[in-house]
Write a protein that binds this ligand. Sequence first.
Ligand code: NAP
Length: 491
Amino acid sequence: MAQHDAVIVGAGFGGMGAAIQLKRLGYDDFVILEREDDLGGTWHVNRYPGLAVDIASVTYSYSFEPNPSWTHWFARGPELKEYAAHVADTYDLRRHMRFGISVDGARWDPDEQHWVVSSSDGRSVTATYLFTATGFLSQPKLPEIEGVTDFRGRVLHTAKWDDSVDLDGKRVAVIGTGATAVQLIPELARRAKALTVFQRTAIWVTPKADFAIPRPVRRVFARLPVTQRLARAANSAWLEAMMVSAVLHYKQAKVLNRGAAVLGRAHLRRQVRDPELRRQLTPDYSFGCKRPTFSNDYFPTFTREHVSLETTPIQRITSNSIMTSAGETKVDVLVLATGFSLWETNFPAIEVVGREGRNLGKWWRDTRFQAYEGVTVPSFPNFITLASPYSYSGLSYFTTIEAQMRHIERLFGEMHRRGATTFEVRDPANAEFLGRMTEKLEDSVFTLGSCATSRSYYFNQHGEAVILRPTSTRNAHREAQRFPVDDYAYG
Ligand code: NAP
């Protein structure tokens, strides 16, 4: 007999969404295991200066738990952390959470018909159902640069920010120009004496229509929730056109992709006069090959006297400098905005062993990365994996979570209706889904665009861009509500 009905690994927005769904289904005996010391996932871990969401908050939130009090159209990091706490309290999730527990593996016990979930402190817990909500960007990556461990000044990875490090009047270097660096660099420039940004690959940046939401508008959102729902619908539709269709339906919507690229170039032209600097900041790959971002103060930062952009490749890092063939840059504080390790360590983030000893990570690597509707995997009974291949739908993570919640609702509803306690997706259903997604990817910018120089983390070691579900978000939600229940075996 299992100790719990369910174990959820991860107390971020994904894990909390799964927990809310479990409660709606009538479960109360479940635990949420979290390696950090508090809830919030990304929004607890990331604390770097300038942290904000780059999807408007009306969209970047649960549709069933709107927050009329957002102070900005794009909420700042601490506000998202507060929102996460609010959700945990509203849905009574805290009492299920266990912090400081680093889960390192889970194994299906076929005799007991339950999961044995083990943590790095040597303890284990058993549960009938296992949910992994470990996020996509949860394993910080150090750059593979010679000498990176030799540096004797302060080193800060953006996902392990230390506020006590003094940046004022210092010579600061940043390695990386992804979405994180785009937010951080303008803030660092305000404090550093000299700031050098080492860019390997330029990023597409479009304007950010950010503003403080006036109090009267917030009051209207609170009193007339339909107004916030309309704002959400309008913003989500815009994102779907510019950021989803333009990328995933590239073949049919090339004009949108070109439009987004024109917007990015015009934004750069308006903000940077120096043609050489503009050339360096212009991506040489199609819009959407890697995740684009939004900012109004990133490009102008490079026009400031004490900020320089270095595009010559780094040769090595010494105890107090960064060396390129163009010269040496002396550095007091080294900031690694080098992102996260996805394909090496995050798919899956823990070792998961299913029926007949099938090891999920090994199986994905030996065959192809795959998950039926981005949620379940054959030979892994009673297992829901939220950070899966083809699971990410739309640009806001909440569209993904809510589609997955719907899938869980339908699946568990059917299981209960049949009086069953186990489920497992059937091989043919999984193969059909994988085949269909593979075919749809043929229409995307990843296949038809020019992505060779993008170094995008969307692509895995097999050269496949399988994080994003290559369909509209509407299709993802429709299938979550209507998938054939016989795609699963129940027992
Ligand atoms: P990232 O997009 O993976 O960017 C990492 C950066 O580090 C890239 O510019 C990369 O260059 C560079 N880099 C890595 N290793 C390097 C090396 N050895 N030498 C030189 N440069 C190196 O990571 P991120 O900026 O942390 O963003 C990750 C994701 O987080 C984003 O794509 C986005 O999904 C999410 N995010 C979201 C928000 C939001 O508001 N919603 C904000 C921030 C981040 P290459 O491109 O050449 O590899």
